[in-house]
Structures are given as structure tokens and as C-alpha cells.
Design a protein around this ligand. Structure first.
Ligand SMILES: [Fe+2]
Ligand SMILES: [Fe+2]
Length: 217
């Protein structure tokens, strides 16, 4: 059997391979005006996702009986709530009204599904959201920061200093959970399948997101 630590490392590499060139939300080759538009939409997604993350973690906490893992979740909830407020404030500064945002169906579907997964085993839930999802969001934020640097440096700074460091901690919660719980071949297969399921769903959301941005819907 693969040692849990080695398994987590291998699975992280598999996830990274899955994600190579698949984040279609931002187009590095687009002219600055289009890029600025894509970043704005990305922030709108951020306001929505941070708030739904609060709701999601609140829904999951009662279904995480493993004390060592459960104890890490309230801090994550607190971080996501702070990120929501920070992004809300920033989009208001940029002249938008977050209360007037239309729903983002692709992200609504993803979060509704995650909330509905609350009763699944901790190993699967944390493989999906903290391990696969948060690791991918760190990657996404790195790209966003690099692309925003030129067209909206203040927003880039906000993500770099106030949001990204917390998201790396959330991804670490996922690694911790898998290291503790993926300790049999069956558990490792379960974690791997949960990651694959999550990655496919996130990728579907990314594609739908991009279609909407291109249509300016
Ligand atoms: Fe966050
Ligand atoms: Fe997070």
C-alpha cells in the first residue's frame, strides 16, 4: 500500500496535471480592456463563491466527526467571510453594486451540489473542497494576480496580501485530512475518485463561466 503521505503527494501531482491549461476564465493573451472585463467577472464570481463557502463550511461542520479536522473548519469559515467582505468592498470601490449582481448559475450549481454532499464521508468531502477545490483556487488566484498586476494593481494587491495566504492554509487543511484519513487502499481510491468528480465539475463551471463572460451576460 502507498503510504498516506506519498499518496497525497501523488494525488496533488495528478490534480496539477489535470488542471494544466484548463482554467479558461482568464485569457492572458487578451487585450487589456478585455482582460479587465474578465477580471471584473472573476471578482463577481469571487463575491459569490466566498459567501457560498461560508454557507458550505457551516453545513459541513456538523458532519465532520473527526475532531482534529473539524477543529480547523471554523477558522476557514471565518476567513471566507472576511474574503467576502473584502471583495464586496473592492467591487463597490470599482463602481459596481454587488447587490444587483445576477445569479451565476454555473457556480450556484456547484455549491448546491457541494452543500448536498454534506453527509458524505469526511475523506471525500475534504478531498473535494479543501484538497482539490482550494488547491485549484490558489492556482487560479496566482494567475489572476499576475494578470491583474498591469490593469488593476490595487485588486492584485488585495488578492495577493489578504486572500491568497489564507487560501493556501485552506488547501493545507485538505492535505492534512487526506494524510490522516487516506490510510488504506480503499480510502485512497475513494479520495482519488472524489477529486476527479470535483475537478470535472469545476472544469464544467469554468467553461460555462467563460461562455457567459464572452457573451457579456
Ligand atoms: Fe476565500
Ligand atoms: Fe478558501
Amino acid at each position: 500500500m502507498t503510504d498516506a503521505r506519498d499518496f497525497v503527494r501523488d494525488l496533488a501531482q495528478e490534480n496539477a496535471a489535470f488542471w494544466r491549461d484548463r482554467d479558461v476564465r482568464l485569457d492572458p493573451a487578451a487585450p487589456p480592456a478585455v482582460r479587465r472585463e474578465q477580471i471584473r467577472y472573476r471578482m463577481r464570481q469571487g463575491v459569490y463563491n466566498e459567501l457560498r463557502s461560508v454557507e458550505l463550511i457551516a453545513a459541513w461542520i456538523p458532519h465532520v466527526p473527526e475532531r482534529e479536522i473539524r477543529d480547523l473548519l471554523p477558522d476557514q469559515l471565518d476567513d471566507e467571510q472576511r474574503h467576502y467582505q473584502l471583495l464586496r468592498r473592492r467591487v463597490i470601490e470599482l463602481g459596481e453594486d454587488p447587490d444587483a449582481y445576477r445569479p451565476l448559475p454555473e457556480w450556484e450549481t456547484l455549491f448546491d451540489w457541494l452543500v448536498a454532499c454534506r453527509a458524505r464521508p469526511t475523506l471525500e468531502k475534504l478531498a473535494m473542497f479543501q484538497f482539490a477545490g482550494e488547491t485549484q483556487s490558489c492556482e487560479g488566484f496566482e494567475t489572476l494576480i499576475a494578470l491583474a498586476q498591469e490593469v488593476d494593481p490595487e485588486t492584485a494587491e488585495l488578492y495577493r496580501t489578504r486572500i491568497l495566504p489564507d487560501e493556501y492554509l485552506h488547501a493545507a487543511i485538505g492535505r492534512r485530512a487526506l494524510t490522516l484519513l487516506a490510510d488504506t487502499p480503499a480510502a485512497q481510491a475513494q479520495a482519488r475518485a472524489a477529486c476527479r468528480e470535483m475537478n470535472e465539475r469545476i472544469f464544467a463551471a469554468y467553461r460555462a463561466h467563460r461562455v457567459r463572460v464572452d457573451r457579456r451576460a
